[in-house]
Write a protein that binds this ligand. Structure first.
Ligand SMILES: Cc1cc2nc3c(=O)[nH]c(=O)nc-3n(C[C@H](O)[C@H](O)[C@H](O)COP(=O)(O)OP(=O)(O)OC[C@H]3O[C@@H](n4cnc5c(N)ncnc54)[C@H](O)[C@@H]3O)c2cc1C
Ligand SMILES: *[C@@H]1O[C@H](CO)[C@@H](O)[C@H](O)[C@H]1NC(C)=O
Length: 328
């Protein structure tokens, strides 16, 4: 019995931490990870995120439900404990590929949702909406979660592993959740998994709202709680080096000025803090599935914070469904 109640989690990024948070009320959870909250290496994604909660367009009902569950969790957290680094902000979201909100499934989810009148749209946009959204400061949220988990009895073991069996040995759990993100390819099999480069800049400012543009370009300004500044981005690319692309910096600034009515006109980009990070991509998207004694929870790419607690709830459901089945 003791063993069946034990669960091992590989990964201490936002996916692994959220999963531990949800499972730890019922199970004895041990996390095994090479990188832990506080670490600033480039082999994991979570410290480098923006990180904004803006729902992802998807027709997949299950993925929508995960985002809804996640939003509810962070919304409550933002109101109950500001020391988590999760905060509420007004959002302006522009698009250049759609003309109405027929694909915006989240119009009923996000508070204060409204359509921006066409006459008020900036150049190069075809549609825009406003709503209330959230942003997280990863350098606050990750250590906050780790501290909560320790109180809930979760154990952390720092180790790099080369198989999930190693995780079983370390955690003495039969059931393992694979939340290894980009992961080491040696962990077997999934050839569709790989890093997707991102580059942003941290800018000191009192600008205090979320502004984004999606479609043929991906541009954003994300305020960062308690930091006195914002994160500006972004880009996705196949490059795998961690050098800062200097031309990209002025391109980002130009795009940001276009969607903020020139709020950062005159900013000297040599004074900003550059950030390069790698998102855990997967062709075909997020994988949350149970296969025997493994629960897969990876491939969130650029939306790990947006899915995290939804993925965690789903993992719990997958574990409990099969417990029920085993009892029959
Ligand atoms: C520039 C940038 C901007 C972003 N902006 C946003 C945003 O605004 N909103 C949003 O939701 N997301 C954003 N993201 C994406 C987000 O950062 C990721 O989706 C998320 O952090 C993924 O979390 P994860 O826990 O799945 O993986 P990771 O954070 O990569 O964690 C993986 C964990 O597994 C461990 N691990 C892996 N392999 C091994 C091994 N072999 N042995 C031991 N441990 C191992 C690692 O050490 C780590 O603990 C952004 C990312 C970047 C780079
Ligand atoms: C664990 O997840 C990684 C992605 O992080 C994937 O490449 C690998 O195939 C998974 N391992 C197993 C055994 O499913």
């Amino acid at each position: 019995m003791a063993q069946s109640k034990a669960i091992g989690i590989l990964g201490a990024g936002i996916t692994g931490l959220a999963t531990a948070y949800v499972l730890s009320s019922k199970y004895k959870v041990t996390i095994v990870a090479r990188d832990l909250p506080g670490d600033l290496g480039l082999d994991w994604a979570s410290p480098w995120a923006g990180a904004v909660f803006h729902p992802q367009k998807t027709p997949n009902k299950l993925w929508q439900d995960m985002q809804i569950a996640c939003f509810r969790f962070y919304w409550a957290l933002a109101h109950n404990d500001p020391s988590s680094g999760v905060k509420v902000y007004p959002m302006t979201e522009y698009f250049d590929t759609i003309h109405d909100d027929s694909e915006i499934w989240y119009k009923t989810l996000m508070p204060d949702y409204r359509i921006i009148p066409a006459g008020e749209l900036p150049a190069r946009t075809t549609f825009g909406i406003k709503y209330t959204a959230l942003a997280m400061n990863p350098s606050m949220l990750l250590p906050w979660l780790k501290a909560k988990l320790i109180v809930k009895g979760v154990k952390f073991v720092r180790a790099e592993v080369f198989s999930l069996d190693e995780v079983r040995v370390i955690t003495k759990a039969k059931l393992v959740v694979n939340a290894s993100g980009v992961g080491a390819r040696v962990l077997a099999g999934d050839e569709s998994v790989g890093p997707v480069r991102g580059q942003t800049m941290f800018v000191k400012t009192d600008f205090n709202e979320l502004v984004m543009k999606e479609g043929t370009e991906y541009t954003y300004v994300i305020p960062r709680a308690d930091s006195g500044g914002v994160i500006m981005g972004g880009i996705k690319s196949d490059r795998l080096d961690s050098e800062v692309d200097v031309e990209l910096k002025s391109d980002i600034l130009m795009r940001v000025n276009r969607i903020t009515n020139g709020a950062f006109e005159g900013l000297d980009i040599s004074t900003v803090t550059d950030i390069v990070g790698f998102r855990p991509g997967r062709k075909g998207g997020l994988r949350v599935e149970r296969e025997g004694d493994v629960v897969h929870a990876y491939g969130v790419e650029g939306a790990g914070y947006i899915y995290s607690f939804g993925v965690a709830e789903r993992v719990k459901k997958l574990i409990e469904e099969s417990v029920l089945r085993a009892k029959l």
